[in-house]
Design a protein around this ligand. Structure first.
Ligand SMILES: C[S@@+](CC[C@H](N)C(=O)[O-])C[C@H]1O[C@@H](n2cnc3c(N)ncnc32)[C@H](O)[C@@H]1O
Length: 242
């Protein structure tokens, strides 16, 4: 059974999400296992602090290296060696292909940051893969860790009731998106379900869905390609005269 070990300062924030829905059921059925580890327990000082002021000055606090390294080493010794992931905005953008690859791992450790982030020497001492869940900054790595546990778990055999759900999801087949979905009532506030879906003609329905999915995919791709990839640090594009 795949094990997700999440290192966090706020285990109580993760528990409720892991209890419900697909993940809750998967845990109760023994298809995945999750362990929450509060790395504050590895703090060596009497105030149980895990952070300190940054060398070189600047705002905020930085997570000290020894607390986290000793905690990770304890986890590996007690639960077995883990593949190690750290959540950070500067990491590789997490995609469905990463979820698919992680789904075959036996043990995954997810390290959640807080404050300004981590002392870099943690990653010089221990091998970590860095992942971001998007180009924005959150207050902690807990939500990103839950995103990864959720995305990976959906791909573990038996977790979803109908295996087709995952295989037909967006991004399962490269950049391709899912088609639109409709259910009862047939008319909602004057908006009708597309008649083709009521035709009973499964070949035609399949073709319509493929077409709709293609339109969505193209629309999204044109939106993504319109984004500037880099700026000069003052918000201007690299080839701008400003
Ligand atoms: C306030 S953030 C630190 C931001 C850091 N100073 C920076 O600008 O890159 C605190 C923690 O939240 C998590 N975090 C925030 N945004 C994230 C994102 N987009 N993806 C993954 N983790 C994120 C990381 O674990 C990070 O260490």
């Amino acid at each position: 059974m795949p094990l997700f070990t999440i290192l966090t300062l706020f285990p109580e924030a993760l528990d409720p999400y892991l209890e419900v829905g697909v993940l809750g059921l998967a845990r109760r059925r023994g298809l995945i296992e999750t362990r929450l580890v509060d790395f504050r327990d590895w703090s060596r000082n009497r105030h149980r602090s895990v952070d300190d002021r940054p060398f070189g000055g600047g705002p905020g606090m930085v997570l000290r290296p020894e607390t986290i390294v000793e905690c990770v080493e304890w986890v590996d010794q007690n639960y077995g060696p883990h593949r190690k992931l750290v959540l950070c905005p500067s990491g590789v953008p997490f995609e469905q292909k990463h979820a698919a690859e992680l789904a075959s791992d036996e043990r995954i450790l997810l390290l959640c940051g807080r404050y300004e982030g981590f002392d870099e020497r943690i990653f010089e001492v221990l091998g970590f893969e860095h992942f971001s869940i998007g180009d924005f900054v959150l207050s902690g790595g807990e939500l990103p860790a839950l995103c990864i546990v959720d995305a990976v778990s959906r791909l573990i055999p038996g977790v979803l009731g109908d295996e087709r759900s995952a295989s037909e999801d967006s991004f399962q087949d490269g950049d391709n998106l899912d088609h639109p979905h409709y259910t009862r009532p047939r008319v909602f506030r004057g908006h009708e379900v597309p008649p083709i879906l009521m035709s009973g003609d499964h070949k035609a329905i399949d073709a319509w869905r493929k077409e709709q999915a293609k339109t969505r995919t193209n629309r999204r791709q044109s939106h993504v390609s319109e984004r500037p990839t880099q700026t000069n640090g003052d918000g201007t594009a690299p080839d701008s005269d400003n």
